[in-house]
Design a protein around this ligand. Structure first.
Ligand code: HAM
Length: 436
């Protein structure tokens, strides 16, 4: 037998049984982004490698260890995007979206990081995210956090915690960095090897170490909050006050540092205890210098991104209801004449009952095996069209999940009968399709 080719490690297929949850989540998210006036931006998956080096930072794991880079046939150095913010800024500058303008944008799509795969952490994963430009905050920071909180409520999530920190602007971080390096140097030999190396490259990341020994040491590290200047302090106070005003609970975590270099001022993460080690379902913050760093004019900016797989895992962990997408009707037919009529009637039903999910049997099989498939499909109703029904100008209706059977239903009554029977299902669908 020929050897099979398997998917690349850390890159997953989403099968129809799971894709209903994805569709549900995207539908809800899109609805909420629109409700806050955010417009969708669609960005390429491939960008110049240099973009991420300049935006995300060369001493970050994302760029240093996890990049997917390649040289294309014309010798350009390209990378699969590890995140969406850099590409969004690149596009916004390139298309003049930031010239004295405010922008509220959202995006979704696959991102790539060569991390060690485990539950909730993959090499190809999906993000939904928002970015807002031209507003110095903290009102807009509060808006995007309120937007995310609304999405969690809308999905039914419980027990998500919001953590906040401020990283100040560049001057704050320079002063803090010096104090932190002094502290870490004192414990250098007790730190894990990665953290020892980071003292020289990216000391703030040491605060984020998952190594228990290092975590124990950094508990006593100086807090960045003690180094905030007046601007940073008043921004952070405003953020906290505003969140309280809109009724969003938060915890200040001075060790929250984020893995990307572009952040300034307020940063935040939504975390859950219910997904093991990969408990951050959404993360973001302000990045006021990135637009300039990438060649645009001075433009304050703030945003977040949320890992779709983690949100789906949380829907499962919290056992939340998701509308299914299985067929509602399975249309069986016996004989050539019946097949032609079944297809014609099915098209008519789709005209008059938009949103109806119906499978018309295809291929040659007996009625028994068609009914077996009908049952396996999850449909509530089987329609049966044989010689007898063709002659009687109607169709037989068989309930597969409770309800009465109708031996012969005349064609003109069919649509009305189906819409009565499937009402609950249809209403729910209309709701998700139209509103979300
Ligand atoms: P990030 O913290 O690197 O931030 O990623 C955001 C979210 O993406 C994480 O909280 C997590 O839910 C998900 N995520 C990250 N890596 C993986 C992975 N390997 N597998 C599964 N899910 C993952 C950013 O990407 C920033 N661009 C967010 C942002 C937007 N900041 C401002 N604007």
């Amino acid at each position: 037998m020929t050897a099979r080719i398997q998917a690349v490690r850390g890159m997953n297929d989403v099968l129809p049984a799971d894709s209903a949850r994805w569709e549900f989540l995207y539908g809800r998210a899109r609805h909420i982004f629109q409700a806050y006036g955010y417009g969708e931006i669609r960005l390429p998956v491939v960008e110049r490698t240099e973009l991420f080096e300049r935006a995300v930072g060369e001493a970050t794991d994302v760029v240093e260890k996890e990049r997917y880079c390649f040289e294309d046939r014309s010798g350009e150095q390209l990378a699969l995007r590890p995140e969406g913010t850099a590409g969004c800024v690149r596009a916004a500058i390139e298309h003049g979206l930031l010239r004295n303008q405010q922008q509220r944008l959202w995006y979704s799509g696959p991102m790539f990081r060569h991390e060690r795969p485990q539950a909730g952490r993959y090499r190809q994963f999906y993000q939904i995210g928002v970015e807002a430009y031209g507003m110095a905050g903290p009102d807009i920071d509060i808006e995007i956090i309120a937007l995310s909180a609304r999405l969690w409520r809308n999905l039914g999530f419980r027990r998500l915690r919001l953590q906040l920190n401020s990283l100040g602007a560049a001057e704050v971080r320079v002063r803090y960095r010096t104090a932190l390096v002094d502290f870490l140097e004192r414990y250098r030999n007790a730190l894990d090897v990665d953290s020892q190396r980071r003292i020289g490259t990216n000391p703030l990341r040491v605060l984020d170490s998952k190594v228990p020994r290092t975590q124990e040491i950094v508990k006593d590290a100086p807090s960045i909050l003690d180094y905030l200047d007046n601007t940073a302090r008043s921004h952070f106070d405003g953020l906290q006050q505003g969140l309280s005003d809109v009724g969003i609970a938060y915890e200040v975590n001075p060790r929250l540092v984020r893995g990307l270099d572009y952040y300034t001022h307020g940063v935040f993460e939504w975390v859950t205890e219910e997904l093991g080690a990969q408990g951050t379902v959404c993360a973001g913050g302000r990045y006021d210098h990135l637009v300039e760093q990438l060649g645009g004019g001075p433009t304050p900016a703030v945003g977040f991104a949320s890992g779709v797989e983690r949100l789906i895992l949380l829907l499962d962990a919290q056992d939340l209801p998701v509308p299914d997408r299985v067929p509602q009707i399975y249309f069986c037919w016996v004989g050539e004449e019946a097949q032609v009529l079944a297809m014609r009637q099915a098209e008519r039903l789709r005209d008059v009952l938009p949103g109806l999910r119906m499978v018309v049997h295809a291929g040659n099989s007996g009625l028994r095996s068609q009914l077996k498939r009908a049952d396996q499909s999850g449909a509530k109703v089987a329609l049966i069209l044989g010689e007898r029904e063709v002659a009687g100008n109607g169709v037989q209706l068989k309930s597969l999940r409770g309800g009465d059977d109708i031996p012969l239903l005349q064609w003109p009554e069919l649509a009305g009968e189906l819409s009565r029977r499937l009402r609950t299902g249809m209403e729910r669908d209309t709701l998700t399709e139209d509103l979300f």
